[in-house]
Design a protein around this ligand. Structure first.
Ligand SMILES: Cc1ncc(COP(=O)(O)O)c(C=O)c1O
Length: 407
């Protein structure tokens, strides 16, 4: 008799964003006069189009596919050399980090990579995650049967080490003082809090991981949004990271590739667990389960690193960060407790008057027709917080903040 993977049955509730979508749809149906007034600053999807240099590179690659002489079939499963080299040179060597092209695994995005990477680790590894957290890290470990039992009251798993990120610690996780985690998920700049980490603080994590033979899975999907000095753009800026850290990157948020799909994972060849190179395991996994990101898209990724591409994506990031500044400053002036928004496109807002995250969600939707994301959806320490994103249009962002000022 067939059996399902019953780890999937342990996953609680429905996905955060589908709950939000249902609530917004129900509100729209009940209030048809206000439906068109709704401004969505909830989901972390970009809204600006791809830039001209990227579009030109894609068009050129499409034409190559139409010609027998330049047509390409399956891409190399670890990525085309032209893109891996562009990544190694621009994202790492230019920053003085010792990462080679053959340590880069091109993929169709950081969501898949952050979900799949756990497969190369034993089931009895203990994971540590920030709380609140990007839900993919936890849910994919649940699916793998690594998280124990779920406590619906506390909204936590018995075999997960939670590292609370609260206003008391500046939304930065503290190094666990008790049980040592085997796999440590860190994401900076952070989704959902918009907080980040200094290079000195990240160095402490790297030292801890090396000392305890833990592996850090470092999600740097929002690296392009860093505006302050002494914030590391990659974990490989820290000494010793080559022996303890895997880094995940995405073209979604810097270059607007959310619908195009491109990302990569870095696994240094020095990173060994019990004498096995994780690089070899991930290469084996990628080679078996993945047939490569499309040629057209990898050419688009290469164009991101051209001088014109870099200039254009600076413009994209600047557009969203202007929104972030408007939200951050506007809400601060209005008396809200807000953080983030300086090195990340997310603003983390404390719900006023002791409201819960979902109460504030309903309040904002009904009073001023603004949709954000309840912080409790990212973990128990997110309760009473709320996430707004800077990915809307400038006009809508201004409208939304001005409405919130009237509350
Ligand atoms: C922290 C983090 N990692 C990864 C992703 C997914 O990136 P991608 O579009 O490359 O799959 C997101 C998307 O919101 C994210 O917030």
């Amino acid at each position: 008799m067939t059996k399902v993977n019953d780890n999937y049955l342990k996953l609680p509730g429905s996905y955060l964003f589908s709950t939000i979508a249902k609530k917004v749809a129900a509100y729209g149906e009940a209030n048809p006069d206000k439906k068109d007034n709704i401004i969505r600053l909830g989901i972390g999807d970009v809204t600006r189009p791809l830039t001209p240099t990227i579009i030109t590179a894609m068009h050129k690659a499409v034409d190559e596919m139409a010609d027998e002489a330049t047509f390409r079939g399956y891409a190399p499963d670890l990525g085309y050399e032209f893109l891996r080299k562009a990544i190694a040179d621009n994202d790492y060597k230019k920053r003085g980090c010792d990462i080679e092209a053959d340590e880069i695994f091109v993929s169709d995005g950081a969501k898949c990579d952050s979900g799949n990477i756990q497969e190369i680790f034993a089931r009895d590894n203990k994971i540590a995650v920030c709380d609140p957290v990007y839900p993919v890290y936890v849910d994919t470990n649940v699916m793998a049967g690594r998280t124990g039992t779920y406590d619906p009251d506390k909204e936590t798993w018995s075999d997960v080490i939670y590292m609370p990120c609260t206003s008391e610690n500046g939304f930065a996780p503290e190094i666990p003082s008790g049980e040592v985690p085997d796999l440590i998920y860190l994401c900076f700049p952070n989704n959902p809090t918009g907080a980040t980490i200094t290079k000195d603080a990240l160095q402490k994590w790297v030292d801890y991981a090396n000392e305890h033979k833990s592996v850090i899975i470092y999600d740097a999907a929002y690296e392009a949004y860093i505006s302050e000095d002494n914030v590391p753009h990659t974990i490989y800026e820290c000494a010793g990271a080559r022996t303890c850290a895997i880094e995940l990157r995405s073209f979604s948020k810097n270059a607007g590739f959310t619908g195009v799909r491109l990302g990569f994972t870095v696994i240094p060849k020095d990173l060994e667990v019990e004498g096995t190179k994780l690089h070899s395991l991930w290469a084996r996994r990628h080679g078996t389960k993945y047939n490569g990101a499309p040629y057209i898209i990898q050419r688009a990724g290469e164009a991101v690193y051209s001088a014109a591409g870099q200039e254009e994506i600076r413009g994209l990031v600047g557009y969203y960060m202007k929104n972030a500044a408007y939200i951050l400053n506007g809400l601060k002036d209005a008396g809200f407790e807000v953080s983030g928004g300086v090195n990340a496109p997310y603003i983390w807002l404390k719900a006023p008057n002791n409201m819960s995250s979902w109460e504030f969600f309903d309040y904002l939707l009904s009073e001023v027709q603004i949709v954000g994301t309840p912080g409790s959806g990212f973990g128990p320490s997110g309760e009473t917080y709320f996430r707004l994103t800077a990915f809307g249009s400038y006009e809508n962002t201004v409208k939304a903040v001005d409405r919130m000022k009237q509350l």
